[in-house]
Structure formats: structure tokens, C-alpha cells
Design a protein around this ligand. Sequence first.
Ligand code: S3P
Length: 424
Amino acid sequence: MIARPTTRAVRVPGDKSISHRALICAALASGRSRVRNILPSADVHSTAGVLRALGAEIQPISDDMRVGGRGLGRLAAANEPLDCGNSGTTARLMSGVLAAHSFASQLVGDASLSRRPMSRVATPLTAMGATFNFEHGDHLPMTITGGALQPIDFVSPTGSAQVKSAILFAGLVARVHVTVSEPVRSRDHTERMLASLGVDVRARGTQVLLEPASELPPFQLDVPADPSSAAFFAGLAAASGVGGGASLDLSDVALNPTRLGFFRILREMGADVSWETEREEGGEPVGTITVVPRGLRAVQVRAEQVPAMIDELPLLACLATLADGETEIRGAGELRVKESDRIAAVVQNLRAVGADADELPDGLMVRGGSRLLGGPVRTHGDHRLAMAFGILGALTGNAIDVDDRECVGVSYPDFWADLARVTA
Ligand code: S3P
């Protein structure tokens, strides 16, 4: 008799942050690059669309695609507004690229993106010499007029990879020296990708320094799976096991330490989570995360832990409803300016399904318990809320009705199908 398998495996789609950066670097490279396993999600389509409008030759997004780069500083003015859709990463990273091109570009986005702050990139890029014009506040639509830029030594008030990357791309394209210091180190995919392409970019503690490079070579990259997408299934497996209590292997995941905060906190909650690096890809460690089901206990999340798990905090708040004790997340005010106000929206939804949660100015509290949860969830079009509450709804006995299931297309179009497969 063959034993029933007790471990399931899933390979979630390509990493969103690395996918954006792969397209941008390939468009700036001198020659033709090949990118495999890019994330085929709405946000990545936004970056591809913007780069195409600027003259880069980008094949339709597919598992194995080619990108014809134009060379550093050689993008061409678009004759239409650049539509960043829902994607903050597109808007902010491209701001840095466009600040170093001597033409005007208008960036637009959807209603959610048009509420998000852009002064965080406009301030340092203006100090470098670019001009930013807004129609209202510091929101999209915004027009960037770029040109020759000055070097900058920028001290960032937040640990934000989007801000850091905007400045690094501005320095790269303008061929000027830049340094960025952060209060807490944010994800370092831009640094790793540029370093793997031969650019002199170095970290010194929480500071990053980039030296001017002459050109960016074309490259081949196989995009590893997204730890932020893997986190959903890891959370489910840790809380209850999948498909009747099985363990879970999440394969081919980007194991960049600046992205693993959620997995470290799951361990602190008593979960049996381990990971092992198997290869390196574009400067990123890649390997398997294994989760064996076990109960969870409450945890305290502090400000310095936040950047490495910023996108996983809605999920953590949902899992905290299952954990013994009171979970507190502090120092996470950035959640208020994500795709939705994720502090208010998570707490409202947790209450709507019968959980015990409170808002804090810079975070939230959740009192765990084992009762069943049920009720309507309003995503506000926010993909990570839809998936976090989708996981809560997948737990036996819970009956959660997510209003906008389609919004997962922003980062993980097949989420519901993969969830059904993993839990079957
Ligand atoms: C991202 C950085 C983070 C993260 C976002 C992706 C990136 O934003 O929340 O989903 O790819 O650089 P912040 O830089 O605003 O923290």
C-alpha cells in the first residue's frame, strides 16, 4: 500500500518587486535581455506598458520573454500619459528613471494610486534637479521634467524600498553618485540586481551607495517565486495544515532576508517554519520554505521588524485571530498609505467577521480566540486584503464572503485557483 502523502508542494508566481526591476533594468540595458517566470499580474503589466510607451521593446508578458533595451538615459518621450494603474512601485521607481531623462512625462494611476503620497520621491528627486508638478496635493497625476541631475546624499525618513530605488535609478541613469540612508533597511532587490549587472552599489549598514556606471549589460533572469504570495499559504499551513493537515513545501522562493520578516515572526508565534537556499539568481538566494502545522500564539511586532514584512501585515492580523493571546503590531503607520488604509480596513473587516480587533495610530491589536468567524469583507479593491481574508475563510468552519475577489489580479491572478488546489 502506498502511504498518503503528508506534504504538499506549491510554486507561487514570480516575485512582484523583482519583476518590476527586471523590466526596468532590461529596458535600460544596452541590448536584448531574456526574462523567465516574470509575474504576469496587473502591476507588472503597468510597468511594461509604461516602458513600452517610452520606447522600450517589450514582448507581451509571458513565461519566457525578451526585452529590447534602449541603453542608459536613452528612453524616448511618450506621447501619452503613462498609466501606472494600481502600482505604487511603477509610479515611484519610474519617477527616478524619468527624473534623469530630459523630457516631460505625465504619470497617472487608478483611484487608489491617485490617493497615495508621491512627495516621498518628489522631494529627493527635486533636490537632485528634476521638476515635479502636481494638480492636487502630492498625488497623481504628476508631471516630471527631468534633466541633468546632481549627486545626492539622502537621509530617508522611512524604510521604503520604493524611495531608495527611485534615487538609485535616478543616479544610475544620470550617472551620478548617490547615497541613501534609511532608519531600517528596506528590501534590497534593486541593489542586488544592479550589483549582479556589474554596477558598483554597496551597502554600509542601513546606507546604500551607488557609483556611476557607463552602461547596463543585457542579462538573463529566471524570476524566483514571491515570498509575499508564498506567505498566504505558509500562514494557512502553519495555522491548520493544508488539505486535511498536511505540511507544505513552497518551492523556488526568493529567500532575500529583507523579505522574510513574516516567516521569522511565524516562528516566533510557535510555527514550525524552515527554509533552505538551493541556488542564486540575479544576486538573490532562492530555495524552499517548509511549513509543518502547529498551533500559533500571539506576538508583538515592533517598528524595526515592519519593513521586512510590510505587505504581510494584513495576513498576520488575520492569523492573529487564531493565536492564543493578544497580538500587537506597532510602528506600522506606513500601512495607512498602501493600496488602502490597511490599518482601518483590516480592523473594520476583522470586526465584521466577528473577531476582536482595535486600531492604533501606527498599527493594530488583535485578541485571538478559537471561535469560528463569518461575515462580509470589503476589500476596497486591495489585493492583499482579499487574499488575507481568503486565507481566513479557507479555515474549516469559517464562512467569509470577500466582496471583490478579482482584485487579486494586481499581484497574484491565480490565487483562488491555487488556494482551492492547496486545500483540496
Ligand atoms: C515595494 C516596496 C514596498 C512594498 C511594495 C513593493 C518595492 O513599498 O510595500 O509592495 O517593490 O519596492 P514601500 O517602499 O513603500 O515600503
